[in-house]
Design a protein around this ligand. Structure first.
Ligand SMILES: NC(=O)c1ccc[n+]([C@@H]2O[C@H](COP(=O)([O-])OP(=O)(O)OC[C@H]3O[C@@H](n4cnc5c(N)ncnc54)[C@H](OP(=O)(O)O)[C@@H]3O)[C@@H](O)[C@H]2O)c1
Length: 310
Protein backbone atom coordinates (compact mmCIF):
# COMPACT_ATOMS: atom_id res chain seq x y z
CA UNK A 1 0.00 0.00 0.00
CA UNK A 2 2.98 2.34 0.07
CA UNK A 3 2.37 3.40 -3.53
CA UNK A 4 -1.21 4.62 -3.02
CA UNK A 5 -1.57 8.40 -3.28
CA UNK A 6 -4.21 11.11 -3.01
CA UNK A 7 -4.36 14.42 -4.90
CA UNK A 8 -3.90 17.72 -3.09
CA UNK A 9 -5.61 20.95 -4.15
CA UNK A 10 -2.16 22.04 -5.43
CA UNK A 11 -2.14 19.16 -7.93
CA UNK A 12 0.60 17.34 -5.99
CA UNK A 13 0.26 13.64 -5.24
CA UNK A 14 0.50 12.89 -1.54
CA UNK A 15 1.19 9.35 -0.34
CA UNK A 16 -1.61 7.66 1.61
CA UNK A 17 0.84 6.39 4.25
CA UNK A 18 3.64 8.27 5.98
CA UNK A 19 6.22 7.68 8.67
CA UNK A 20 5.70 9.80 11.79
CA UNK A 21 8.73 11.03 13.72
CA UNK A 22 7.34 12.64 16.89
CA UNK A 23 9.01 11.14 19.96
CA UNK A 24 11.36 9.18 17.69
CA UNK A 25 14.50 9.26 19.75
CA UNK A 26 17.78 10.54 18.44
CA UNK A 27 19.97 7.54 17.76
CA UNK A 28 16.97 5.69 16.32
CA UNK A 29 15.15 8.02 13.97
CA UNK A 30 17.83 8.08 11.25
CA UNK A 31 17.65 4.31 10.90
CA UNK A 32 13.85 4.43 11.02
CA UNK A 33 13.79 6.89 8.10
CA UNK A 34 16.25 4.83 6.06
CA UNK A 35 14.37 1.62 6.83
CA UNK A 36 11.00 3.14 5.93
CA UNK A 37 12.29 4.51 2.61
CA UNK A 38 13.82 1.13 1.78
CA UNK A 39 10.49 -0.49 2.67
CA UNK A 40 8.72 1.77 0.19
CA UNK A 41 7.39 4.62 2.37
CA UNK A 42 7.42 7.87 0.42
CA UNK A 43 6.24 10.37 3.05
CA UNK A 44 8.18 11.48 6.12
CA UNK A 45 6.35 13.69 8.61
CA UNK A 46 8.50 15.84 10.87
CA UNK A 47 8.51 19.12 12.74
CA UNK A 48 10.94 21.63 14.22
CA UNK A 49 9.40 21.02 17.63
CA UNK A 50 10.27 17.30 17.54
CA UNK A 51 13.94 18.26 17.97
CA UNK A 52 15.15 15.52 15.64
CA UNK A 53 14.96 17.04 12.16
CA UNK A 54 18.74 16.96 11.84
CA UNK A 55 18.69 13.19 12.23
CA UNK A 56 15.68 12.84 9.94
CA UNK A 57 17.77 14.79 7.42
CA UNK A 58 20.69 12.39 7.92
CA UNK A 59 18.36 9.49 7.15
CA UNK A 60 17.12 11.20 4.00
CA UNK A 61 20.68 12.02 2.90
CA UNK A 62 21.78 8.44 3.44
CA UNK A 63 18.85 7.10 1.42
CA UNK A 64 19.52 9.58 -1.42
CA UNK A 65 23.22 8.73 -1.45
CA UNK A 66 22.57 4.99 -1.50
CA UNK A 67 20.17 5.41 -4.42
CA UNK A 68 17.22 4.10 -2.38
CA UNK A 69 15.13 7.02 -3.49
CA UNK A 70 15.51 10.40 -5.19
CA UNK A 71 14.65 13.67 -3.45
CA UNK A 72 11.77 14.33 -5.86
CA UNK A 73 10.19 10.97 -5.01
CA UNK A 74 9.89 11.65 -1.24
CA UNK A 75 7.17 13.84 0.22
CA UNK A 76 8.79 15.67 3.13
CA UNK A 77 6.58 17.48 5.66
CA UNK A 78 7.65 19.97 8.31
CA UNK A 79 5.81 22.35 10.62
CA UNK A 80 6.34 25.81 12.03
CA UNK A 81 6.38 25.78 15.82
CA UNK A 82 4.20 28.14 17.87
CA UNK A 83 7.09 30.39 18.96
CA UNK A 84 7.71 31.10 15.24
CA UNK A 85 4.12 31.87 14.21
CA UNK A 86 5.04 35.53 13.56
CA UNK A 87 8.30 34.46 11.84
CA UNK A 88 7.25 31.52 9.69
CA UNK A 89 9.98 31.93 7.06
CA UNK A 90 12.63 31.83 9.78
CA UNK A 91 10.97 28.69 11.15
CA UNK A 92 11.04 27.10 7.71
CA UNK A 93 14.67 28.11 7.17
CA UNK A 94 15.65 26.45 10.44
CA UNK A 95 13.88 23.23 9.49
CA UNK A 96 15.41 23.21 6.01
CA UNK A 97 18.88 23.72 7.49
CA UNK A 98 18.39 20.81 9.90
CA UNK A 99 16.93 18.59 7.22
CA UNK A 100 19.69 19.49 4.75
CA UNK A 101 17.09 20.25 2.07
CA UNK A 102 16.37 23.29 -0.06
CA UNK A 103 12.60 22.72 -0.03
CA UNK A 104 9.91 20.71 1.72
CA UNK A 105 6.84 19.38 -0.03
CA UNK A 106 4.45 20.64 2.62
CA UNK A 107 4.87 23.12 5.45
CA UNK A 108 2.20 23.24 8.14
CA UNK A 109 1.20 25.52 11.00
CA UNK A 110 1.72 23.14 13.93
CA UNK A 111 -0.77 24.76 16.35
CA UNK A 112 -2.86 27.92 15.85
CA UNK A 113 -1.50 30.02 18.69
CA UNK A 114 1.51 32.20 19.40
CA UNK A 115 3.92 31.45 22.20
CA UNK A 116 6.19 34.34 23.12
CA UNK A 117 8.92 34.60 20.44
CA UNK A 118 11.02 36.53 22.96
CA UNK A 119 10.27 34.29 25.90
CA UNK A 120 12.65 32.34 28.11
CA UNK A 121 12.72 29.25 25.89
CA UNK A 122 12.88 28.69 22.12
CA UNK A 123 10.06 26.14 22.16
CA UNK A 124 8.19 26.24 25.45
CA UNK A 125 8.61 29.67 27.05
CA UNK A 126 7.15 30.00 30.52
CA UNK A 127 6.09 32.92 32.69
CA UNK A 128 7.69 33.39 36.11
CA UNK A 129 4.64 31.65 37.65
CA UNK A 130 5.32 28.52 35.59
CA UNK A 131 2.42 28.97 33.14
CA UNK A 132 3.05 28.82 29.41
CA UNK A 133 4.01 32.19 27.94
CA UNK A 134 1.30 32.68 25.33
CA UNK A 135 0.53 35.87 23.39
CA UNK A 136 -3.25 35.73 23.55
CA UNK A 137 -3.80 38.80 21.36
CA UNK A 138 -2.33 37.00 18.33
CA UNK A 139 -4.74 36.15 15.52
CA UNK A 140 -4.04 32.81 13.82
CA UNK A 141 -5.15 34.31 10.48
CA UNK A 142 -2.03 36.53 10.57
CA UNK A 143 0.16 33.43 10.69
CA UNK A 144 -1.68 32.06 7.66
CA UNK A 145 -1.07 35.30 5.74
CA UNK A 146 2.66 34.77 6.34
CA UNK A 147 2.39 31.13 5.26
CA UNK A 148 0.84 32.21 1.96
CA UNK A 149 3.92 34.31 1.19
CA UNK A 150 6.18 31.26 1.54
CA UNK A 151 4.92 29.73 -1.70
CA UNK A 152 6.70 32.38 -3.78
CA UNK A 153 10.04 31.52 -2.12
CA UNK A 154 10.06 27.97 -3.51
CA UNK A 155 11.08 26.71 -0.07
CA UNK A 156 7.83 24.74 0.21
CA UNK A 157 5.60 23.29 -2.50
CA UNK A 158 2.44 23.50 -0.44
CA UNK A 159 1.15 25.00 2.80
CA UNK A 160 -1.38 23.76 5.29
CA UNK A 161 -2.46 23.66 8.90
CA UNK A 162 -2.65 21.25 11.80
CA UNK A 163 -5.07 21.05 14.67
CA UNK A 164 -7.69 23.24 13.02
CA UNK A 165 -11.21 22.70 14.32
CA UNK A 166 -14.29 23.50 12.25
CA UNK A 167 -14.58 26.80 14.11
CA UNK A 168 -10.98 27.80 13.41
CA UNK A 169 -11.29 26.82 9.73
CA UNK A 170 -14.43 28.91 9.44
CA UNK A 171 -12.52 31.85 10.90
CA UNK A 172 -9.60 31.32 8.52
CA UNK A 173 -11.16 30.50 5.17
CA UNK A 174 -12.89 33.84 4.43
CA UNK A 175 -9.47 35.54 4.74
CA UNK A 176 -7.41 32.93 2.88
CA UNK A 177 -6.05 33.70 -0.56
CA UNK A 178 -4.62 30.18 -0.60
CA UNK A 179 -6.84 27.38 0.72
CA UNK A 180 -4.76 25.12 3.00
CA UNK A 181 -3.75 21.97 1.12
CA UNK A 182 -3.94 19.91 4.30
CA UNK A 183 -5.37 19.87 7.81
CA UNK A 184 -3.37 17.43 9.95
CA UNK A 185 -5.47 16.35 12.93
CA UNK A 186 -5.65 13.63 15.53
CA UNK A 187 -7.90 11.03 13.99
CA UNK A 188 -8.98 7.48 14.81
CA UNK A 189 -12.26 5.68 15.52
CA UNK A 190 -12.25 7.02 19.11
CA UNK A 191 -11.98 10.60 17.73
CA UNK A 192 -13.43 10.61 14.22
CA UNK A 193 -13.78 14.43 14.13
CA UNK A 194 -16.34 13.90 11.40
CA UNK A 195 -17.43 17.55 11.34
CA UNK A 196 -13.87 18.63 10.47
CA UNK A 197 -13.39 15.83 7.95
CA UNK A 198 -16.66 16.77 6.22
CA UNK A 199 -15.84 20.49 6.09
CA UNK A 200 -12.35 19.79 4.76
CA UNK A 201 -13.70 17.47 2.09
CA UNK A 202 -16.17 20.15 1.06
CA UNK A 203 -13.39 22.78 0.79
CA UNK A 204 -10.82 20.52 -0.92
CA UNK A 205 -8.54 20.30 2.13
CA UNK A 206 -6.86 16.92 2.51
CA UNK A 207 -6.87 15.28 5.94
CA UNK A 208 -3.66 13.84 7.36
CA UNK A 209 -4.51 11.66 10.34
CA UNK A 210 -2.13 11.67 13.27
CA UNK A 211 -1.91 9.38 16.30
CA UNK A 212 -3.90 6.71 14.38
CA UNK A 213 -2.84 4.03 16.87
CA UNK A 214 -3.72 6.24 19.82
CA UNK A 215 -0.12 7.44 20.14
CA UNK A 216 2.18 6.00 22.80
CA UNK A 217 1.41 2.45 23.82
CA UNK A 218 -1.24 1.68 21.16
CA UNK A 219 -4.25 2.17 23.47
CA UNK A 220 -6.76 1.54 20.65
CA UNK A 221 -5.65 -1.99 19.76
CA UNK A 222 -8.11 -3.56 22.18
CA UNK A 223 -11.15 -1.49 21.18
CA UNK A 224 -13.88 -4.04 20.49
CA UNK A 225 -14.66 -3.32 16.81
CA UNK A 226 -10.96 -2.99 15.99
CA UNK A 227 -10.16 -6.41 17.47
CA UNK A 228 -13.20 -7.96 15.77
CA UNK A 229 -12.33 -6.61 12.31
CA UNK A 230 -8.69 -7.64 12.74
CA UNK A 231 -9.79 -11.18 13.51
CA UNK A 232 -12.13 -11.25 10.51
CA UNK A 233 -9.34 -10.24 8.10
CA UNK A 234 -6.58 -12.17 9.86
CA UNK A 235 -4.50 -9.02 10.45
CA UNK A 236 -3.21 -7.18 13.51
CA UNK A 237 -5.28 -4.35 15.04
CA UNK A 238 -2.72 -1.79 13.81
CA UNK A 239 -3.60 -2.70 10.21
CA UNK A 240 -7.29 -1.99 10.91
CA UNK A 241 -6.57 1.35 12.58
CA UNK A 242 -4.34 2.51 9.74
CA UNK A 243 -6.59 1.18 6.95
CA UNK A 244 -9.56 3.09 8.41
CA UNK A 245 -8.06 6.34 7.04
CA UNK A 246 -7.51 4.99 3.56
CA UNK A 247 -11.19 4.07 3.48
CA UNK A 248 -11.97 7.68 4.51
CA UNK A 249 -9.72 9.11 1.77
CA UNK A 250 -7.16 10.46 4.25
CA UNK A 251 -3.41 10.14 4.53
CA UNK A 252 -2.33 8.32 7.70
CA UNK A 253 0.88 8.85 9.69
CA UNK A 254 2.22 5.90 11.64
CA UNK A 255 5.16 6.50 13.94
CA UNK A 256 7.58 3.72 14.72
CA UNK A 257 11.29 3.35 15.24
CA UNK A 258 10.98 -0.44 15.22
CA UNK A 259 11.90 -1.96 11.82
CA UNK A 260 9.43 -4.87 12.13
CA UNK A 261 6.59 -2.46 12.93
CA UNK A 262 7.54 -0.10 10.10
CA UNK A 263 7.21 -3.14 7.80
CA UNK A 264 4.01 -4.31 9.46
CA UNK A 265 2.37 -0.88 9.22
CA UNK A 266 2.55 -0.78 5.44
CA UNK A 267 0.41 -3.90 5.15
CA UNK A 268 -2.86 -2.08 4.84
CA UNK A 269 -6.12 -3.65 3.77
CA UNK A 270 -9.35 -2.59 2.08
CA UNK A 271 -11.98 -2.35 4.79
CA UNK A 272 -15.47 -3.17 3.50
CA UNK A 273 -18.75 -1.40 4.19
CA UNK A 274 -19.55 -3.67 7.10
CA UNK A 275 -16.18 -2.93 8.76
CA UNK A 276 -16.61 0.82 8.33
CA UNK A 277 -20.13 0.63 9.74
CA UNK A 278 -18.80 -1.09 12.87
CA UNK A 279 -16.12 1.58 13.29
CA UNK A 280 -18.48 4.47 12.55
CA UNK A 281 -21.07 3.08 14.99
CA UNK A 282 -18.31 2.88 17.60
CA UNK A 283 -17.38 6.54 16.97
CA UNK A 284 -21.04 7.59 17.19
CA UNK A 285 -21.50 5.66 20.43
CA UNK A 286 -18.45 7.31 22.05
CA UNK A 287 -19.68 10.72 20.87
CA UNK A 288 -23.14 10.17 22.35
CA UNK A 289 -21.72 8.89 25.63
CA UNK A 290 -19.19 11.74 25.84
CA UNK A 291 -16.36 9.19 25.87
CA UNK A 292 -14.26 10.36 22.93
CA UNK A 293 -10.55 9.85 23.44
CA UNK A 294 -8.08 12.60 22.53
CA UNK A 295 -4.52 11.57 23.25
CA UNK A 296 -2.61 14.68 22.13
CA UNK A 297 -3.66 17.99 23.65
CA UNK A 298 -0.81 20.13 24.94
CA UNK A 299 -1.84 22.21 27.97
CA UNK A 300 -1.89 25.59 26.22
CA UNK A 301 -5.02 26.62 28.09
CA UNK A 302 -6.65 27.80 24.86
CA UNK A 303 -10.03 26.79 23.45
CA UNK A 304 -9.23 25.66 19.90
CA UNK A 305 -12.89 24.95 19.16
CA UNK A 306 -12.91 21.16 19.35
CA UNK A 307 -16.35 20.08 20.65
CA UNK A 308 -14.83 17.46 22.99
CA UNK A 309 -12.61 20.16 24.57
CA UNK A 310 -14.74 23.30 24.38
N1 LIG B 1 0.49 17.85 13.89
C1 LIG B 1 0.49 17.46 15.15
O1 LIG B 1 0.18 18.24 16.08
C2 LIG B 1 0.87 16.04 15.47
C3 LIG B 1 0.61 15.54 16.76
C4 LIG B 1 0.92 14.20 17.01
C5 LIG B 1 1.48 13.43 16.01
N2 LIG B 1 1.76 13.95 14.78
C6 LIG B 1 2.40 13.14 13.71
O2 LIG B 1 1.72 11.89 13.58
C7 LIG B 1 2.64 10.83 13.82
C8 LIG B 1 1.93 9.61 14.41
O3 LIG B 1 1.31 9.90 15.65
P1 LIG B 1 1.91 9.44 17.08
O4 LIG B 1 3.39 9.40 16.99
O5 LIG B 1 1.28 10.30 18.10
O6 LIG B 1 1.33 8.01 17.34
P2 LIG B 1 0.95 6.64 16.62
O7 LIG B 1 1.57 6.54 15.28
O8 LIG B 1 -0.53 6.51 16.76
O9 LIG B 1 1.61 5.58 17.61
C9 LIG B 1 2.98 5.48 17.82
C10 LIG B 1 3.24 4.44 18.90
O10 LIG B 1 2.78 3.14 18.48
C11 LIG B 1 3.86 2.22 18.46
N3 LIG B 1 3.64 1.37 17.26
C12 LIG B 1 3.80 1.71 15.96
N4 LIG B 1 3.46 0.71 15.15
C13 LIG B 1 3.06 -0.31 15.95
C14 LIG B 1 2.60 -1.63 15.69
N5 LIG B 1 2.46 -2.09 14.44
N6 LIG B 1 2.28 -2.42 16.76
C15 LIG B 1 2.42 -1.96 18.02
N7 LIG B 1 2.84 -0.72 18.32
C16 LIG B 1 3.16 0.11 17.29
C17 LIG B 1 5.12 3.06 18.39
O11 LIG B 1 6.19 2.40 19.04
P3 LIG B 1 7.71 2.27 18.47
O12 LIG B 1 8.09 3.55 17.80
O13 LIG B 1 8.50 2.04 19.72
O14 LIG B 1 7.73 1.10 17.54
C18 LIG B 1 4.70 4.28 19.20
O15 LIG B 1 4.80 4.04 20.59
C19 LIG B 1 3.68 11.49 14.74
O16 LIG B 1 4.85 10.74 14.87
C20 LIG B 1 3.85 12.82 14.05
O17 LIG B 1 4.66 12.70 12.90
C21 LIG B 1 1.43 15.24 14.49
Amino acid sequence: MTDKTFKLNTGQDIPALGLGTWQSEKGKVKEAVVHALKAGYRLIDGAYCYGNEDEVGEGLAEAFKAGVVRREDVFVVSKVWATYNTRVELGLDKSLKSLGLDYVDLFLVHWPLLMNPEGNDDKFPKLPNGERDIIRSHNHVDTWKQMEKLLATGKTKAIGVCNYSKRYLEELLPHATVIPAVNQIENHPALSQQEIVDLCRDKGIHIMAYSPLGSTGGPLFSAEPVAKIAEKHGVKPAAVLLSYHLARGSTVLAKSVTPERIDENKKLIDLDGEDMKLLNDYSDKLTKEGKLQRFVYPPFGIDFGFPDKS
